[in-house]
Design a protein around this ligand. Structure first.
Ligand code: B1M
Length: 213
């Protein structure tokens, strides 16, 4: 039986090959992807973040841990796609806002939406307001998902919301925000429709906002 703490340690140490091998073992042992992600992978990222803050880890360590987490997620994400994936509930345009390169959480949120039957248009990282607006028009999206991990990039979420207003599109889309430094209070303050602190709850919130819960 696999010891999942080894996976936590592998991600924390940035050992991506070991992380992939352990993830494969965990999948073979039918451990739920959600348990692996929530209890081991995200915990490892939280710990490397704490060490970074305490000056006990530096950018290279963050990068290596990020790469190890992504390697593991590349095996788990296909398993998050459920049966519902065939029938589309709606289209969400998702991206990490301008100036911000963090994409692990955003990718997880995207996978969860996809797994729950949404069409997902992922614009990647460092996305400006014009690109979000164009994507909504091109794909007739009903939801916009904004992710930010830096206190310096959070304010750009408001810029995006204002841009949707200027374009006359604000009432046509549900705008959701999330990411580690974002909270409910901030979401309300900038005029977003919804906030959530995890990939799971983001989908639940989106369905609620669409009246499809
Ligand atoms: Co950076 N980084 N980083 N980093 N990094 C943080 C965010 C930081 C908190 C670390 C720390 O100091 N403790 C800190 C920000 C401090 C602040 O702003 N107050 C920080 C910093 C400072 C930086 C740099 C400035 C460092 C430097 O260069 N000096 C730099 C900035 C680069 C840039 O973006 N312009 C930088 C760079 C990086 C790497 C590139 C090395 C790497 C990113 C790799 C990648 O993403 N491809 C990295 C990493 C890995 C982190 C930490 C350690 C982990 C982030 C992560 O992936 N978490 C992070 C520390 C931390 O967050 N504790 C840190 C796991 C992920 C699953 O969680 O993204 O929160 P999260 O997503 C969750 C929820 O938030 C939510 O659901 C997800 C799944 O449950 N969610 C949403 C996310 N988006 C959502 C959207 C929604 C709804 C929910 O609706 C649409």
């Amino acid at each position: 039986m696999i010891n999942l703490n080894l996976l936590y340690e592998a991600v924390l140490a940035g050992k991506h090959i070991q992380a992939m091998e352990l993830t494969k073992e965990a999948i073979d042992e039918k451990i739920s992807p959600k348990e692996i992600i929530d209890n081991y992978l995200i915990k490892a990222m939280e710990e490397i973040g704490r060490r970074f803050e305490a000056h006990k880890a530096f950018v290279p360590e963050l990068l290596m841990a990020g790469r190890a987490m992504k390697s593991s997620l590349s095996l788990l994400q296909p398993l998050l796609k459920g049966e519902d994936a065939h029938s589309s509930i709606g289209t969400i345009v998702i991206g990490t806002v301008k100036g911000d390169l963090h994409d692990i959480g955003k990718n997880l949120v995207g996978s969860m939406f996809e797994g729950c039957g949404f069409q997902v248009v992922d614009l990647g990282v460092d996305v400006d307001a014009a690109k979000f607006i164009q994507a909504v028009k091109d794909h007739h999206a009903t939801i916009v998902g904004l992710s930010a991990l830096l206190t310096t990039t959070m304010p750009y979420m408001k810029t995006i919301i204002e841009a949707f207003k200027s374009e006359g599109l604000r009432d046509k889309v549900i705008i959701m925000v999330g990411g580690a430094p974002v909270n409910e209070h901030f979401a309300i303050e900038i005029g977003a429709d919804g906030y959530s602190d995890s990939a799971n709850s983001a989908v639940i919130k989106a369905k609620e906002l669409m009246g499809a819960a």
